[in-house]
Design a protein around this ligand. Structure first.
Ligand code: 13P
Length: 258
């Protein structure tokens, strides 16, 4: 983390877990456990049908609610899709874009780019995900792959908008596997992502961009991961479903840094 230059963001990705009723119960418990005083930015990204319950529960707090995907289109004949302005109107502040689980369903880099643009157009903060597979890591092409994903995802976005984007590095082999990247492995790629942004948009914007790590991050390993200079927060799946665990990760992000 480097709080002097950029925000620390702890984001939950609930994926396809919890009903609206369970959302309400989680939020009640979570609110009772939330650390007092100043803390990092917190986002909770939930299934679309849980957004109203989450927004209602968090209304008086600084916690931002997010969607897990949005359409690249503004409106029209796209059955089952949700437009960025619908998320905003429902009370969302964030949206996850290009998660590897969606890319595995066929989402392309061009679609990710179009969705990031749709989110920005509607003043939603996109949390754009990138990450390599185990095969790519073992083949030694992690950096090339990440470079390509970042460049494609951010193509054609004006400089002043880049500041609004959060990037999440999620190695696919670490997601839901319990096999967390070492702090060194995670730092190496997050630092590389910052270098790619620097080359595209300059040092000032690169320094101000929040880059998160995701992949089996939990209340036990968060402290060490967040102590890395280029890891500005986390995108948390499994551990974000349990209020005590998620709160402990937020507390790890509130640790003093030098
Ligand atoms: P886990 O924390 O369950 O590994 O999931 C990570 C993730 O995919 C967050 O987007």
């Amino acid at each position: 983390m480097n709080r002097k230059y950029r925000k620390t963001v702890i984001a939950a990705n609930w994926k396809m877990n919890k009903t609206p009723t369970e959302t309400k119960a989680f939020m009640t418990e979570f609110k009772g456990l939330m650390p007092k005083g100043r803390w990092c930015d917190v986002a909770i990204c939930v299934p679309a049908v849980c957004i109203p319950a989450a927004v209602r529960a968090m209304r008086e707090t600084r916690v931002g609610i997010g969607g897990e995907n949005c359409s690249a289109h503004a409106s029209g004949a796209f059955t089952g899709e949700i437009a960025a302005n619908m998320l905003v109107d429902a009370g969302c502040k964030y949206v996850i874009i290009g998660h590897s689980e969606r890319r595995a369903m066929g989402e392309t880099d061009a679609e990710v780019n179009a969705k990031v643009k749709a989110a920005l157009l509607n003043e939603l903060i996109p949390i754009m995900c990138v990450g390599e597979s185990l095969a790519q890591r073992e083949a030694g092409i992690t950096e090339e792959w990440i470079t390509m994903q970042v460049k494609a995802g951010l193509a054609g976005i004006p400089e002043e908008k880049i500041r609004k984007i959060v990037i999440a590095y999620e190695p696919i082999w670490a997601i839901g596997t319990g096999k967390v990247a070492t702090p060194e492995q995670a730092e190496e790629v997050c630092e590389h992502i910052r270098t790619v942004i620097r080359k595209m948009f300059g040092a000032k914007i690169a320094r101000a961009t929040s880059i998160l790590y995701g992949g089996s991050m939990n209340e036990k390993n968060a402290y060490e991961l967040l102590a890395q200079p280029d890891i500005d927060g986390g995108l948390i799946g499994g551990a974000s479903l349990v209020p005590e665990k998620f709160v402990q990760i937020i507390e790890a992000a509130n640790q003093p840094t030098n």
